[in-house]
Every structure is written in C-alpha cells, then in structure tokens.
Design a protein around this ligand. Structure first.
Ligand SMILES: Cc1cc2nc3c(=O)[nH]c(=O)nc-3n(C[C@H](O)[C@H](O)[C@H](O)COP(=O)(O)OP(=O)(O)OC[C@H]3O[C@@H](n4cnc5c(N)ncnc54)[C@H](O)[C@@H]3O)c2cc1C
Length: 452
C-alpha cells in the first residue's frame, strides 16, 4: 500500500505549523493533528496571552506616572475577568488566523489526539493515516513538584484562565515564567511572594541584570523568598491555602502558581509501539536534520529540549520542511546568539554572552554598564532604574553580549542582535550615532569601562 501523505505533523504549535505550511507550499501532501488548540502553547497559553496580561497589568504604574505629567486619574479600577475575556477574544481570533493560514497553504487539519502506530502510520479519532514521514511537534507541559497537595496549586496553563484575581499569590519558581507572572499579578493588584529554591532568579542571565531586577521587584512590593521550597499544601476551611516551607514556616495564600519547569509532551503518543531514543531529561534525541532514532520520524521544538522559544521552534520547522522537500535550500539552525526577552516589569532583553559566561569561556572582557532613571520617569515619583551592559572581548574588540533591563528592552535588543550576528565591534558601536533622547542611545555612548 502506498502512503497517502508525504508528511504527518503531530502538534499545531509554533514548530509544527511552520513545518506543515512550508512543506505544503513546497508541494508536499501534509496533514497536521492538533489535540487542543491551533497555534500551540505560544498562542494559547504562552508568549501571546502572557504579553497581553503584562500590558494589562502595567497600566497600574502608568496611571501613577501620569500624575507627574498633569493628569488626574480618578477612580481607576481594574477588572481581571474583563482582561481575561478580552484576551480570550484575541486568542480566538488568532486561532482562526492559524486555521486560515494552514488551510490556504493546503494543509489538512485534523482535530484530535494523534497516536503513533508505526513509523508510517498514525491513529486519530478511530481513523488510520499513512504518511511517508512523521514529525513530532508536541511541545512541552508544565511540571509540578512532587509534594503533598501539589494538585491544589495551578500552573501557567490555568493561570491564563483564572476566573478572578486572587488576593494573595505565591509564585514558585525562578525562571522567566515565574518572574513574568509575579509582575502580572502584582501589577493587577495582588499581594505577591516569589519563592525560589536558589539564591537569585533567572540563572543563566547576566548577573547585573538579575540583581537590578531583584531591586525593581522589591520596589514594586513583591516579596522575594529565596533559598526555600514548598513541602506541603493544605486547604483551610475558609478556602485559602496553607503552604509549609522547607524551613518550617507556614504561609497563607489564595493561589499557588507552580512555574517549576516543563517536560516534553509525549503522553499517550504511542511511543510504546515505536520506541525513540531520549536524552537523560526525557527529551527526544534528534540528529542535525531533526530525525529521531527511527528513520523517517522527525521531531522539533520543545519536545527535543534544545532551546524552548518560539523563534527557535519556527527555525527548526523551517529546517525540517527544507530538509525533506527543498534539500538544496537546507540550512542548519544556528543556536548561537539567540536573542531573548523576559517580560518582567521592567523588561529584560539580552543577546550573546553574559559577563560570567564570557569569562568562563576564557575571554578577556571589558565591561561597560550604565544605570539610570529613564527620562520618562524623571517627572514622576517612580524610582525605577534602567540598566544597560555591554560585554566586550578585550582582544578582538568584538561585542560578545548586550544586556538591558528597561522599557521595551526586547524591541531594543532585536536590532542589536543583528549587529552581534554581523560581528560588530565596540569601535563600531562607538561610531554609531545615537537616537536622542532615548534609553537605547546609551548602548552607543558608553565610553568608560566599569571593569576589565
Ligand atoms: C507561559 C509561557 C510563556 C512563554 N513565553 C514565551 C515568549 O515570550 N517567547 C518565546 O519565544 N517563547 C515563549 N514560550 C515558549 C514557547 O511557547 C514554546 O517554546 C513554543 O510554543 C514551542 O513550540 P512547539 O511547536 O515545540 O510546541 P507547542 O507550541 O507547545 O505546540 C505543541 C502542540 O502539540 C499539541 N499536541 C501534543 N500532543 C499531541 C498529540 N498526541 N496529538 C495532537 N496534538 C498534540 C499540543 O496541544 C500543542 O498545541 C513560553 C511558554 C510558556 C509556557
């Protein structure tokens, strides 16, 4: 029997959709299966709704700052349910946009949970589909710690649909999702405590940025509780939660949000029929063409656990489509200097090496940094500071890393990522004229090294 499809994609998230669309545009017969929501994590319970909630929560500070500019903002009130309803409408619009995009590209959309039967067939809704190649793009899933009462907490998946804003929130975790949700809940008016087992959040980011964010979150009234873990959660008679910590303290809260890592989503995928090699963390192992240990079966995105970011999944999707159907155009994915943002308040934007990573890699570095109150805040009572940093290789003069904590840091760093990819030197940064008056101009005006 000849296979009916050229490619069967499991998961219509960032990577799956990109691979399916481009494969179809190259003339392949493609189907994509989706168990939950078109667009995957990013569109439904990740990047997009997260950023909408960050925008929503930041108005609180903006209303306060507006006073410095002569505005009287009276009776400003916030309605969480309305914010969630607006967000849901926007996401529904995006789901439809994804449906259109796939349909117009000629991709067959199959709604339901797909289960692999063998290297060329998949079962969905009682029907068997055959394809020459399979692509597993099933993403990741939030993990809760294994403690008694963990089911009483929520994860980011549920946080996006909370019917009401909890009065008190305990965010557990030290990654970017923890920091972002702490800011969202605080901005919306909740009392927030961030509990993290390490001594500072955002491990892997530049230390200067992490320390500056610590001050900013404290300034906003977020309680930082480092060096402890939750041991047990119990529900009290009044509906609140009692969280026992590793140091014996018992905290009262209304909501526990676990942002304690993610795992590959391989549940009920049929891997008992088709065992695939996995790494020590459980992620699918793939080669340079994203082929798993089973010839003809490919995997990409969060399920392979390389870099869990949407643009990375998109690049991998593109690479798979080209490898399979336009091999002459195939280019390996470049995992160097991936720019990234954290939508904490203020935002973080970063590309290249942190000072610590540069030193560890043996570079002799020169550090330029600047910490200041952005002009927009000078007429307000806000004490927020921006922090910009350049890590420069002292021998070659190449800029190894650009780091920023400040307004729209992601927007600023995106452009600098192009410069770093082009191999820009500090001298070229210095030769570039600034745009005045902006926060970003500081990147081209820092002349005095703060240390070597
Ligand atoms: C809270 C949060 C915030 C984030 N913020 C950002 C950000 O700001 N910037 C950024 O770049 N990245 C962000 N990310 C990461 C980003 O969302 C992921 O890296 C990206 O979505 C990965 O894409 P993917 O294609 O691998 O998987 P996903 O987008 O997770 O898609 C996988 C899809 O497969 C489906 N699926 C799973 N199993 C099956 C099955 N058996 N049958 C059918 N369908 C199945 C799932 O329902 C899902 O829709 C965030 C993630 C989270 C959780």
């Amino acid at each position: 029997m000849s296979p009916e499809l050229d490619l069967f994609v499991i998961g219509a998230g960032s990577g799956g959709v990109r691979a399916a669309r481009f494969a179809a545009s190259y003339g392949a017969r493609v189907a994509v299966a989706e168990a939950r929501y078109l667009g995957g994590t990013c569109v439904n319970v990740g990047c997009v709704p997260k950023k909408l909630l960050v925008y929503g929560s930041h108005y609180r500070e903006e209303f306060e700052q507006a006073r410095g500019y002569g505005w009287t903002v009276e009776n400003a009130r916030f309605d969480w349910a309305q914010l969630i309803a607006s967000k849901n409408r926007e996401i529904a619009r995006l789901n439809e946009a994804y449906r259109r995009l796939l349909t117009e590209a000629g991709v067959q959309i199959l709604e339901g949970h797909a289960r692999i039967l063998d290297a060329h067939s998949v079962e969905l809704g009682g029907q068997r589909y055959r394809a020459k190649k399979l692509l597993i793009a099933t993403g990741g899933w939030p993990q809760r710690p294994e403690i008694p009462g963990a089911e009483l907490g929520i994860t980011s998946n549920e946080a996006f649909f909370l019917p009401a804003l909890p009065q008190r929130v305990l965010v557990v975790g030290g990654g970017y999702i923890a920091v972002e949700f702490a800011g969202i809940f605080r901005g919306c008016g909740a009392e927030v405590r961030l509990l993290h087992r390490g001594d500072l959040f955002l491990r892997g980011f530049d230390l200067g940025i992490r320390e500056q964010l610590r001050s900013e979150l404290q300034r906003q009234g977020i309680t930082l509780d480092f060096g402890h873990t939750p041991q047990r959660i119990e529900r009290r008679a009044d509906g609140s939660l009692a969280v026992t910590l590793s140091d014996g303290r018992v905290l009262d809260t209304d909501c526990v949000l676990f942002a304690t890592g993610r795992r590959p989503m391989l549940d009920d995928l049929g891997l008992e029929q088709l065992p695939l090699a996995r790494d020590e963390r459980g992620y699918l192992k793939v080669n340079a063409h994203f082929e798993t240990s089973q010839p003809g079966v490919y995997a990409l995105g969060d399920v392979i656990g390389r870099v869990a970011l949407t643009p990375v999944a998109l690049a991998e999707g593109m690479a798979v489509a080209k490898h399979l159907f336009r091999p002459e155009e195939f280019q390996p994915v470049d995992y160097q200097r991936i720019p990234t943002a954290v939508f904490s308040q203020p935002n973080i934007g970063t590309v290249g090496l942190s000072e610590e990573a540069a030193r560890d890699a043996g570079h002799r570095v020169t550090i330029f940094e600047s910490r200041f109150r952005p002009m927009k805040l000078t007429m307000t009572e806000s004490q927020e500071r921006s922090y910009l940093k350049l890590v420069v290789d002292a021998d070659s003069d190449r800029v190894l890393g650009c780091h920023m904590l400040g307004p729209e840091a992601g927007e600023v760093i995106q452009g600098l990522a192009v410069a770093l990819n082009a191999g820009a030197t500090k001298r070229q940064f210095d030769q570039t004229l600034g745009i005045h008056p902006t926060v970003a101009e500081e990147f081209v005006t820092m002349r005095t090294a703060s240390r070597r």
